[in-house]
Design a protein around this ligand. Structure first.
Ligand code: HAM
Length: 436
């Protein structure tokens, strides 16, 4: 077979119906937990002024330096496709005057995001994230609750056994400035042992030296000064309380002093869910506190914390674990027909069955009964209803159980009620969908 004329761009993929079963299930679980905890959904645009990301994520972060899809308008304005959700949510929070509303403000999102990185397993140029942000509360009990919701979502998706929660604090801005100085002093003179990225990081973003994946850099990182030497007593207390609350909630965690996260806006708590098998490669999700970001973006100083997870990676872990989400798309009934009169009757019957909340297909094409039955098989229909000329004349219909291969001829009268009972439909008749 020759290659198709057009293919999706590198690192970008279609979400096909089988994967949408996973996506729908993940969304359902996320929505359930977010609603229970008082979050409301927000969608921000696919692209923003480029400064929204440069300022928040950090001009020297990998995302801004290397991974943004930038666009230029005809008038020369610079935009970028959103590489993550937090920056846009904070821009919207300030723009729409949410600062005046009672705190905390709690928002969640399920959106596509874009990063121009080298495509590989679990790393795409367009991917989906679900995430949530809680704005206006600095209590570590909130950090514990955000981490707990993330953990509960992983549990309900059936993947928590494959993951470990990595936890660290990177303290306040002031703590961090002191720590950066310590790191620069330690690394000065050792530049030759660092990878090219880390040589650059040393000047621009020394904290990132700690979470480089290169072996030589990791050896140096393990010998580097520890943050606990500079952390202030307030930051320490925040972290100690968070750990106590997590223990109270029975959320298992591993302390990881090298975890710093790749976005510049974090303060205090940072966390990621790593694979037990692959470590930091392909973390399913990560988040943390960002108490300085709202002020940095032009708002009033306001503490905040959030989390986001990659949906493609989550799906991958679910598949590896053997989790099959419920198939709400499954066809329950196939309606087969022969002849024009039967086809007309079938159209009405299909409508009536669908009104009972059943998934029904059929009454199309000119195929023989054999080909219609083989289509019903391929679609995985539980039952077929067969209507030919004789049945129309006699007021009957053939009900075929597709699994057993048995069939019976029964009166067409009452067939809708019978099928609804057999399949446990949920009647939508006389109901507006918004009343469901
Ligand atoms: P992040 O760690 O950059 O955090 O991304 C969160 C998750 O998105 C990752 O753990 C990963 O599962 C997924 N992800 C990121 N890049 C890709 C990619 N190229 N392909 C596939 N999946 C990817 C953030 O984005 C922060 N905004 C999280 C946050 C919310 N912090 C506070 N609030």
């Amino acid at each position: 077979m020759s290659a198709p004329l057009y293919q999706s761009p590198k690192g970008v993929h279609d979400v096909l119906p089988d994967d949408h079963l996973y996506f729908s299930f993940i969304k359902k679980v996320v929505r359930h937990h977010c609603r229970r905890a008082g979050f409301r959904r927000i969608s921000t645009p696919m692209f923003e002024n480029v400064d929204v990301f440069t300022r928040s994520i950090g001009s020297t972060s990998d995302i801004v330096e290397k991974e943004m899809f930038t666009l230029e308008s005809k008038s020369g304005k610079k935009f970028a496709l959103k590489p993550e959700g937090t920056a846009g949510v904070i821009r919207a929070y300030i723009q729409h005057g949410m600062q005046q509303l009672p705190k905390p403000i709690q928002l969640y999102y399920v959106e596509p995001h874009f990063r121009y990185n080298r495509p590989q397993k679990g790393r795409f140029r367009q991917f989906h994230q679900f995430g949530f942000e809680l704005i206006g509360e600095s209590d570590p009990a909130v950090d514990a609750q955000i981490i707990n919701i993330s953990h509960r979502i992983n549990q309900d998706l059936g993947i928590d056994d494959r993951l470990t929660l990595q936890l660290n604090t990177i303290g306040s801005m002031t703590d961090r400035e002191k720590f950066k100085e310590d790191l620069i002093n330690f690394y000065t003179g050792k530049e030759r042992s660092l990878c090219e990225d880390c040589k650059r990081r040393m000047k621009e973003n020394p904290l990132r030296l700690l979470d480089c994946k290169e072996e030589d850099c990791q050896i140096l990182a393990s010998m580097a000064p520890k943050f606990e030497n500079v952390i202030s007593s307030e930051s320490k207390e925040h972290f100690e309380l968070l750990k106590e609350y997590l223990e109270e909630l029975n959320v298992p965690y591993e302390l990881n002093p090298l975890l710093v996260r790749g976005l510049d806006y974090y303060t205090h708590t940072v966390f990621e869910f790593w694979s037990k098998k692959d470590g930091s490669q392909n973390a399913t999700g990560g988040g943390g506190r960002y108490d300085g970001l709202i002020e940095l973006m032009g708002g009033q100083p306001t503490p905040a914390i959030g989390y986001a997870a990659g949906m493609e990676r989550t799906v991958e872990y679910m598949k590896e674990t053997g989790i099959r989400p419920p198939n709400k798309d499954a066809v329950a009934i196939f309606v087969a027909q022969l002849g024009l009169v039967a086809k007309k009757k079938s159209l009405t019957l299909i409508n009536q069955l669908r009104d009972e909340g059943l998934n029904v297909v059929g009454a199309a094409g000119k195929g023989s009964m054999k080909s219609q039955m083989s289509l019903a098989d391929r679609l995985g229909a539980k039952y077929s209803l067969i209507l030919g000329q004789i049945e129309v004349q006699e007021g009957t219909i053939i009900l075929r159980d597709m699994n057993k291969g048995s069939q019976e001829t029964i009166p067409i009268e009452g067939i809708v009620e019978k099928m609804t009972k057999l399949l446990g439909g949920k009647s939508l008749k006389n109901k507006k969908l918004w009343e469901e």
